[in-house]
Design a binder for this molecule. Sequence first.
Ligand code: DSN
Length: 478
Amino acid sequence: MSHNAESTAFRSALEVIRAVEPRVADAIGAELTDQRESLKLIASENYASPATLLAMGNWFSDKYAEGTVGRRFYAGCQNVDTVEALAAEHARELFGAPHAYVQPHSGIDANLVAFWAVLADRVESPALKKAQVRQVNDLTEADWFALRRELGNQRMLGMSLDAGGHLTHGFRPNISGKMFDQRSYGTDPATGLIDYDRVAEAAREFKPLILVGGYSAYPRKVNFRILREIADSVGATFMVDMAHFAGLVAGKVFTGDFDPVPHAHIVTTTTHKSLRGPRGGMVLCQPELADQVDRGCPMVLGGPLPHVMAAKAVALAEARRPDFADYAQRIVDNAQALAEGLLRRGAKLVTGGTDNHLVLIDVSGYGLTGRQAEQALLDSGIVTNRNSVPQDPNGAWYTSGIRIGTPALTTRGLGTAEMDQTAELIHTVLTQTTAGANADGTPSKAKYTLDADLADKIARQATDLLAPHPLYPAIDLA
Ligand code: DSN
C-alpha cells in the first residue's frame, strides 16, 4: 500500500462530499486535526486503520440483509454473504471460538443478543414468545414483573458499576436492569480486587440464570476459569463481556485462565476498542447457543450493516497478523509505565496499578471530583473520561475517578518513556487544579480553577510528545 494511495483516497472522498455539503467535509477534516493534536487517553477508543475506515465508506451501506449467511430475507445478498462469512471466519480463528456472530451494531446490542439467546435457550415460555414480538419499550413494569414470574428465574449476577462493571450488566437505568432481577458483586474494599469467594457466596444465595464476567473500568486481569466454576456450581450460564480487553485476548496477552473464550458459554465484545476495528459488536459462543444467537436480527437488532461487517473482516484480518500480538503487549507495557509514573508522583490508583490497558486514578487524592479533573485535563489537551471508583461518594455523574487507557496512544507508537512524560503532564494538571465553590459558598463538584497559561503550556507539551508519532502519517488532506 503506497502512502500516496491512502492520501488520494481520503482527499478524493472529501472532495466528493464537499461538492454536496461542504460543512460535513470540513467537520471530517477538523476531526482529523483534533485527533492528531490531542493526547487521547480514553480507554475505550482507538484509531482504526485506513483500510478498515475505507471498507465502511461504500455501497455496502445501501444493502438490506436481514437473516444470516445463505438465509436472507432479501434477494441479492451474495456479496454481503461474502464479507459476513469472512468476518465470522476471522473471528472464530482469531479467538478459537466455535461460533461467531458479527452483526451486532455495538457492545450493548451484542449483550442484548446474548441475553435473549440465553433466555430463549433456557426457557420455553408463552410469555417470552409474546415479548419477542413486542417492542421492548412497550413493556410496562407490570409486564416485566409478570414475565419474570412466569419465567421462574430471570436473575443476573454481574459486577457492580462502581466496581468497574458495565451499565448493561444489570444496572437499573439500563434495560438489562429491567429485564433481569439483578444483583452485583463488588470488589474487596481493601484491595480493590474481585473477591472470588464473595462472588461464589452471592451466586449460591442468588442462583442467577446468568453470571456475567467482564468490565469497563477494572484495571486487573479476571480469572475466568474460577468464574466458570462458580457458574457451574449453581447451574448458571457464564457470559463474559470482553469489549474492553478483546485486543489483549486477540494478541494472546490474556491466555489460560484469563482468556474468557474457552471458559464462557457466551462472549460478547465491541470491535473498536483495544481490538482496533470499526465501531460495532460481536458475539462468540459455544455451539449449543449458536442458533439462538444467529436470531439476533430481527429478534433484537435492526438490519445488519454490511459496510461495517466488511470493515470488521478487514480489522480482524489485521488482528490475526503477528504484529498485532506485539501491539497488544505494548498496550499493557504502556499502561503499566503510566501507572508507575503516576504512583511515583503520588497519585492514588484503584487497586494500586494495572495489568491490562487501563488505569483508574482516584482523584479525591487531588481534592477534585472526576468531573473537575476531566475538564481541567481537557483544557490542557489531554482527553480522558471521568469514572466512578468503588464505593464512590460522588455518584455516576460527578464521580471521583479518571479512567485512562493506552490502546490509542500505543497505536500511534508512543512507548513507555513517553508514558512517564504523560504521567508528569497529568499529575501537573491535577495538582495545579483547585476545586471551586458555588455562589452560596458550598463546595462545587463541577467548578474548578486552573491557570490558563499553565493549561496552554501543558497542551503544547502534549502536542510535542505526539509530534514524533503522527496519526495517519500517510494522509495529507491539505
Ligand atoms: N462506552 C464504553 C466505554 O467507554 O467503556 C462502554 O460502553
